[in-house]
Design a protein around this ligand. Sequence first.
Ligand SMILES: [Zn+2]
Length: 185
Amino acid sequence: MLTAPLPSQIDIRKLVVKGAEISANPPISSLPRIEDLLAEGDSGKDSEIAVKLEFYIDDERKRRVDGKITGTVNMTCQRCLEPMPVPIDVQFELGIVWSEEDAERLPKTLEPLIVGEELVDLADIVSEELILSLPYVNYHPAADCKQDVGYSSVDPEAAEAVAKADADNEKDNPFHVLEQLKFDK
Ligand SMILES: [Zn+2]
């Protein structure tokens, strides 16, 4: 894949006025803070992402950036500690605003992107969205994992870590809360 870093130090409002569209395959190493999250030693060489950004003014005169990130990144399986591919398919809708105050006036469907007079690096924006979307913990499917799945349930420390990770994952699940309510009765 042909890769090139995303444009840096741009006037984002100019891109909006122009109605610009940017499609790129940025190298992982050009995205701040992403490499640290990937499988150790991979340094992004087996990870590939494609980015599409659309800059425009919408019907309500809001300055918008709609984005899509797709591809695969290599993360570490928390059970066997071997790398595993994690598919990426993220979409986001940003509303460009000058201040926190303006941000509060945005419709809930838009994520505020607060930009003052300064120029911005698109890699920062993409990196931020990618980090938000990456799963906190990853496991191979049981059949593919180098670590015998049964083993982790008898190793108290590993079992505890897995249970905690599962609990973290389920925190936001409303059904889980219902289950607990039933259980409490
Ligand atoms: Zn594994």
